[in-house]
Design a protein around this ligand. Structure first.
Ligand SMILES: NC(=O)c1ccc[n+]([C@@H]2O[C@H](COP(=O)([O-])OP(=O)(O)OC[C@H]3O[C@@H](n4cnc5c(N)ncnc54)[C@H](O)[C@@H]3O)[C@@H](O)[C@H]2O)c1
Length: 367
């Protein structure tokens, strides 16, 4: 390592990225970061040494490590993409931040809001770039919907319908969860899963609040865990994490909404649907992992309930924005604080379900 590299600069000024956790989603990160100018993937790290090595070989990454400690000892990277399981994000991210590394963390940031805000404080104290991969911000349609609402095109937001529906518990298009541990940890709270809420609820709550520019003021939630295996356990995993969630919300401007999500929505693979009805127009966003569409009902069309397709220009991905932030030194969105705020909503859903009542949302003030 040259002196320059140790201080965090390559000869070309490129930022050096390590991928931590080389399972399913890490392959998408390797593909994206390889294609973004201004950065280079220099290392891969996974507690499964064989997986780390195979991943590094597949993506032509020069270094592979079997522990974060060993990777940090080596230290020749500026930023890490943290794609470990949910329950591992906090400990590993705090280690990275303590070493002065920028972090692009997978969602959910942590397993509860308290832990998430501890990570916010650590990141802000370290003064490094900190972002969370709320993937559906990549959807061109959600960015355009936000711009239309911000410009007042639909008037006052009055009513919201939002859902994120998957069916990997009832169909095998992503593999069989009964035999594949990559899915089993998502069904077990002892393995750090917050169920469908932590897995995809975070995306749809972000979708709603980002598009409307409004926070949730109060919510009521029902959670359901279905019987899926004899004795409620499989391969050492207790299958107790929630599978479906239905919420009603009141937004800070008084608008009402329903937000629901499920892993057992047979007939839906991975669909986010969001309709926002305003006092003088409405927008309808649909997105999956790779595509999105926007339809609008505006102006005279509100008299005939006619919806028109609306063109949405391409928008930078979260990964692009992370590299831009690394190069400029200015934090990008969505950042840790934003993800911790969404986590507050998820935590409240558990309380609301247990107490069977509507609860007000109180967010800690920004520093
Ligand atoms: N943003 C999205 O749309 C999206 C999509 C899928 C997954 N995710 C998130 O990405 C994360 C990973 O999900 P996945 O499906 O790739 O899981 P996975 O189980 O396929 O991969 C996780 C990897 O992390 C490794 N790991 C565990 N502990 C580690 C540690 N301490 N240090 C280094 N490596 C460790 C595991 O060995 C495994 O290879 C999760 O937080 C998940 O919620 C996000």
């Amino acid at each position: 390592m040259t002196g320059n590299e140790a201080r965090g600069a390559t000869a070309t000024g490129e930022k050096r990225i390590m991928i931590l956790g080389t399972g399913g989603i890490a392959h998408r990160h390797a593909e994206h970061f390889t294609s973004i100018p201004g950065c280079r993937i220099v290392a891969a790290c996974d507690v499964n040494a064989e997986r780390a090595r195979a991943f590094a070989q597949m993506h032509a990454i020069p270094e592979a490590f079997d522990s974060l400690e060993r990777a940090l000892e080596w230290g020749a990277f500026d930023a890490a993409v943290n794609s470990t399981p949910d329950g591992v994000h906090k400990a590993t991210t705090l280690q990275l931040l303590a070493a002065g590394k920028a972090v692009f963390c997978e969602k959910p940031l942590a397993v509860n809001a308290e832990d998430a805000f501890e990570m916010v404080e650590a990141a802000e104290a370290a003064g490094v770039v900190n972002m969370v991969n709320l993937t559906y911000r990549n959807a061109h349609a959600i960015q355009m919907a936000r711009r239309l609402i911000e410009a007042g095109e639909i008037g006052e937001v009055r009513h919201i319908e939002a859902s994120y529906l998957q069916s990997w518990l009832s169909a095998n298009h992503w593999g069989d969860w009964r035999t594949d541990e990559r899915w089993l940890w998502r069904l077990s709270s002892a393995h750090g899963s917050k169920g469908v809420l932590g897995d995809i609820g975070i995306h749809i709550v972000d979708f709603v609040t980002f598009a409307t520019g409004l926070d949730i003021a109060a919510l009521q939630a029902r959670l359901k865990t279905f019987d899926k295996a004899e004795g409620g356990a499989l391969m050492g995993y207790t299958l107790d994490a929630n599978d479906s969630c239905a919420m009603t919300v009141e937004m800070t401007n008084g608008a009402l909404g329903v937000i629901h999500m499920s892993r057992t929505a047979t007939g839906k693979a991975n669909d986010l649907d969001l309709t926002i009805h305003g006092s003088k127009g409405a927008v309808k966003v649909w997105s999956n992992t790779t595509e999105s569409t926007l339809q609008v009902c505006l102006g005279p069309d509100i008299e005939t309930q006619t919806w028109q397709p609306y063109e949405c220009p391409p928008t930078p991905r979260n990964a692009d924005r992370f590299v831009i932030a690394l190069l400029s030194g200015e934090n990008g969105q969505p950042d840790f604080r934003r993800a911790a705020e969404v986590q507050t909503i998820l935590d409240l859903c558990f309380v609301s379900d247990a107490e069977k009542r509507m609860l007000p949302v109180e967010l800690p003030p920004a520093e």
